[in-house]
Design a protein around this ligand. Structure first.
Ligand code: SAM
Length: 251
């Protein structure tokens, strides 16, 4: 398949995103480990710790997929609630792809125990959520797949309470000079090869690499968060900018 950077029409982009995640749902965890060398686990741990879920909070894990972030939030939040004898937080996973949600539900039931997460089908650009109800919102490796990023940010702002926290974990731009050739080789050769080897689907993984390259860099995305009306917005690079955690407060 060709690897152009021409604009992808809106409907075509939505269709490709659906196809990618339907095709990868069952192999999603394996692929994440293979492609990041297990690092995605540490990035997600760090993001969940930074969000710092508190007892009784209502928290949204948008584009939450199989619930990797939600499970971490639940564990941290339940721990905090138990220590203080308070209500646990309510964690809601919202995703546009039913197959990812199903894979997540199955994972939660694996050891015969429910983990108390709530699963909903929904679009980050039109959340099925009332205004100003959430204490915290996180979108992890999901926003670059959305067609209209400003709409996602507007929706996050709409559903957050005043004082609510917004977090976004996403692939970003290398901040360490000199490593670009290695990163490029990895992105354009190794990732599609792994996609072929493990999922027999190199095209979906080419699309993932392309979507990473198209997404705005750290500073540009920070500005978008500010423009959406979040206060005290900032970010932290992880793995030298391979990904970044951005955050801001709804006011
Ligand atoms: N947040 C999870 C994680 O960190 O492991 C899943 C990330 S996965 C790379 C991206 C997810 O975004 C997929 O589950 C996909 O279905 C979902 N997605 C893509 N576009 C979406 C949209 N407009 N609204 C909600 N979810 C979307």
């Amino acid at each position: 398949a060709s690897f152009g950077f021409q604009e992808v029409p809106k409907a075509e982009k939505a269709r490709r995103v659906r196809a990618v995640f339907s095709s990868v749902a069952s192999k999603y965890d394996l692929m994440n480990d293979a492609m990041s060398g297990g690092l995605h686990r540490l990035w997600k741990d760090a993001a969940a710790a930074k969000l710092n879920p508190q007892p009784g909070e209502l928290i949204l894990d948008v584009a939450g997929g199989t619930g990797d972030i939600a499970r971490r939030l639940k564990k941290l939040g339940d721990g905090a609630a138990q220590r203080r004898g308070l209500e646990p937080p309510e964690i809601h996973v919202i995703d546009i792809n039913i197959e990812m949600l199903e894979a997540g539900r199955a994972k939660s039931k694996q050891d015969g125990r429910e983990d108390g997460l709530q699963w909903h089908e929904g679009d980050a650009e039109h959340l099925p959520v009332d205004d100003h109800v959430a204490d915290a919102y996180i979108i992890s490796f999901g926003i670059r797949n959305c067609t209209d990023v400003p709409a996602v940010l507007r929706e996050a702002k709409r559903v957050l309470k005043p004082g609510g926290r917004f977090y976004c974990l996403e692939f970003s731009r290398l901040a360490i000079g000199g490593l670009e050739p290695v990163y490029d080789f990895y992105s354009f050769n190794a990732i599609p090869a792994l996609g072929k080897l493990l999922a027999n689907d190199p095209d979906s993984y080419r699309y993932l690499v392309e979507s990473i390259r198209r997404f705005p860099d750290q500073e540009a995305f920070l500005n978008m968060i500010r423009e959406a009306g979040f206060a005290r917005a900032a970010y932290r690079n992880m793995a030298g900018g391979v990904c970044a955690l951005h955050w801001g407060w709804s006011v």
